[in-house]
Design a protein around this ligand. Structure first.
Ligand code: ZN
Length: 435
């Protein structure tokens, strides 16, 4: 009985062994065979499908080697910091990430034969981001922007900056040293952009500035003031026809914005045409440093820097929007001395008294009234005026879409409609004829 049992057990084990062993063997062979067979066929099937114009997803890894390669690539991508900054080569110098450098830009030889080199400050952030350029004193007697650029950059730590800020506090160094709006030859530098390497002195300076500095910028803020005894409320001049300029303007917070396509050869127009969103930032009057406008301008530029993500700590919790205006000038119809009765920035209603023209030889006082409801964006200082002089610049609330329509009307119906730039042109060309 026992032998029978042992024999049965042996027989049972033998049967199990014979059954299981070939099964395992064949299973192993199947796996090997499967690998051997499938691998070389993949490219064949792939080619055939391509020839039949049937799309195939080749992304899935088909072998261990492909899978490992994919994992390796993913690891490499994760280790690469997408915000890493590269060095910037500008004015034949290389500025490293996290570095603040003072460079100089060569205007060319002065009349005394010396090479004149205005300062350029480059703050190359430790992390990548946009290149914002702040330039001032293209008109040499406009001082407020010089101080705004200086103070904004003075407080910057390049290790905290995302992107780059390039500051040129004084572009027209000749005009600045002579306390003049113009270049020494009486030309207006802001009428010669983007310049010409073989043109007039002004064209050559404009060309150097445009090619050596402005070409590096993603955005440009060009600081100005009113000119010829005029005071301007802080305001942006921008070509609202350009979508990239409209977007740029939206980052300045609650600043007044006037749509102006601008003089065709101004820095603003030339840079905008080259695809670099550029605004003119007007603040105050020429020939003096006005602390209230400097502080206001710094606040606005800090808002811009926060919105562009250049300094995270300046990012605001709320997003104030710009206030858009169309505008018109109120001109005087009689000669005499202007005596204003309103302050800049005041809101006015139709018929409201703006000031008087006083005849110095009589008791005559002629009222100047506003024909429209709006805000005083700019005004002449009290001075002698001839009939036709523009005394008050009134902004009428608008929105960005209607501004563009108004601009087209201006062009069609009144090509000589007042803008500061057109008016300044008239004055400067008259001066050129006289001298
Ligand atoms: Zn100016």
């Amino acid at each position: 009985m026992k032998n029978r049992t042992y024999t049965d057990i042996l027989l049972f084990m033998l049967v199990i062994g014979i059954t299981v062993f070939p099964y395992n063997l064949s299973a192993t062979e199947d796996i090997n065979n499967a690998t051997d067979i499938i691998t070389p066929e993949i490219p064949v099937e792939f080619n055939i499908d391509l020839n039949k114009n049937i799309s195939i997803e080749p992304d899935e890894p088909e072998t261990i080697e492909e899978l490992l390669l994919e994992k390796e690539n993913a690891l490499t991508e994760n280790n690469l910091d997408p915000t890493a900054q590269s060095p910037l080569t500008i004015l034949k110098q290389t500025v490293q990430p996290g570095e603040l450098r003072e460079l100089s830009w060569s205007v060319g030889q002065s009349f005394s034969g010396k090479t004149v080199k205005p300062r350029v400050v480059v703050v190359r952030g430790n992390q990548s981001g946009p290149v914002l350029c702040l330039v001032a004193a293209i008109h040499g007697d406009e001082l407020n922007g010089i101080e705004i650029v200086r103070r904004v950059i003075r407080n910057m730590d390049p290790m905290e900056v995302n992107g780059t800020v390039i500051g040129v506090p004084i572009v027209n160094i000749y005009g600045f040293t002579a306390n003049s709006r113009y270049l020494p030859d009486r030309r207006d530098l802001n009428r010669h952009f983007p310049g010409n390497p073989t043109g007039s002195a002004a064209s050559r300076i404009a060309y150097r500035f445009f090619t050596q500095i402005i070409n590096h910028c993603d955005y440009v803020v060009d600081f100005h003031t009113g000119s010829f005894k005029r005071n301007n409320l802080p305001q942006l001049r921008a070509d609202m026809n350009k979508p990239n300029v409209r977007e740029f303007v939206g980052h300045f917070g609650s600043t007044a914005v006037l749509h102006k396509s601008g003089h065709g050869k101004s820095l603003r127009a030339a840079a905008t045409l080259a695809g670099i969103p550029t605004v003119a930032f007007e603040l105050g009057q020429p020939g003096s440093l006005q602390e209230e406008y400097v502080e206001s301008g710094i606040k606005t530029i800090n808002t811009l820097i926060g919105h562009l993500g250049i300094l995270n700590k300046l990012r605001l919790w709320f997003e104030p929007q710009p206030i858009y205006y169309s505008s018109r000038w109120v001109r005087v119809n009689s000669g005499g001395i202007l005596m204003s009765k309103v302050k800049i920035g005041a809101n006015v209603k139709p018929g409201q008294l703006l000031g008087y023209i006083i005849n110095p030889l009589t008791t005559e006082e002629i009222r100047i009234e506003t024909p429209v409801k709006g805000r005083i964006l700019g005004m002449a200082l009290n001075q002698f005026m001839l009939p036709g002089y523009a005394a008050f610049h009134i902004g009428v609330s608008s929105d960005s879409s209607s501004m563009v329509e108004e601009k087209q009307l201006d062009n069609n119906e009144n090509p000589n409609d007042e803008s500061d730039e057109v008016e300044y042109d008239m004055q400067s060309s008259e001066e050129e004829e006289i001298h």
